[in-house]
Design a protein around this ligand. Structure first.
Ligand code: SAM
Length: 265
């Protein structure tokens, strides 16, 4: 079976790490767990005996049937040959229930997978996810406002979930070794839109506009997005510096600005 680098195939071979990843999900004995990219089953194998139901989505046409055959005697495990990005997660979860997600992600589509998980979190489908990604991406996802790595990905992620940075693995934990270090993050889905009194679609758009160009101030990014000078001057909240960059503001401040510019404050 040929490895497919295009599919981000770096298989976990560190036994302690694969147990630690599964342990990080907590007690899943009553839970449905969705695994993204099970590959050769490093995580699947441990999880299969711990959760009520495991649905593993694998795109590779050779790996998926090989796994399905291996787990054929375990009816609680379902191996689905599918592209996670083209899969409607709601169809995998029994109506009225929630699921958890686990995965050593294919790094070439990390952001797209995260955005998909955030949407599923807003839809009330997911409680928790433990996912491994390239260390630099994890650092951006978990960064706090004001630090170098903070940006749109951090703000978006932190609007959707509480995030714990669990541990980092060197390239040698994988076969073949990737060129980067890898970090495991845990997401507890808890969308903040309601608490900040903002609509999800409108506020997501506002964040994209605010972070559009890193070298620009927030005000200049918003002007470029179509806000008029009179809206910006007349409605800018007193507590936020006119020269501020989106990267320096807390999400509460971004919500205050969002309301003010809509004439709601
Ligand atoms: N979980 C295994 C492990 O830890 O050894 C494999 C991890 S490997 C980094 C990523 C896996 O995701 C590969 O098996 C790859 O074939 C699969 N994959 C890549 N793109 C995918 C997609 N769009 N949907 C589902 N699986 C995908």
């Amino acid at each position: 079976m040929k490895r497919k680098p295009k599919l981000g195939q770096n298989f976990l071979v560190d036994d302690r790490a694969r147990h630690a990843i599964v342990d990080a999900l907590g007690d899943v004995s009553q839970r449905t767990v969705i695994e993204i990219g099970p590959g050769k089953g490093a995580i699947t194998e441990i999880l299969a005996g711990r959760c009520a139901r495991l649905i593993a989505l694998e795109l590779d046409r050779e790996l998926a049937p090989a796994l399905a055959q291996r787990f054929a005697g375990q009816p609680q495990v379902q191996i689905v040959e599918a592209d996670v990005l083209k899969t409607d997660l709601s169809t995998l979860i029994p109506t009225g229930e929630t699921a958890d997600v686990i995965g050593n992600l294919p790094y070439y589509i990390t952001s797209d997978i995260l955005l998909k998980l955030f949407d599923a979190g807003v839809a009330g489908l997911l409680d928790r996810a433990v996912v491994m990604m390239q260390r630099e991406v994890a650092d951006r996802v978990a960064a706090s406002p004001g630090v170098r790595d903070y940006g749109l990905l951090s703000a978006t992620a932190q609007m959707h979930a509480r995030i714990d940075n669990l541990f980092t693995l060197p390239p040698g934990s994988f076969s073949p070794p990737p060129e980067v270090y890898s970090t495991v993050l845990r997401f507890e889905f808890a969308p903040r839109f309601e608490a900040l009194n903002v609509d999800a679609a409108g506020f997501d758009r506002f964040l994209k506009q605010s972070f559009a160009q890193k070298r620009k101030t927030l005000e200049n990014n918003l002007r470029a997005a179509g806000y008029t000078q009179s809206e910006l001057s007349g409605r800018w909240p007193a507590g936020i510096a006119r020269q501020a960059r989106a990267e320096s503001l807390e999400l509460e401040e971004m919500a205050t600005l969002y309301h003010a510019l809509r004439g709601e404050a």
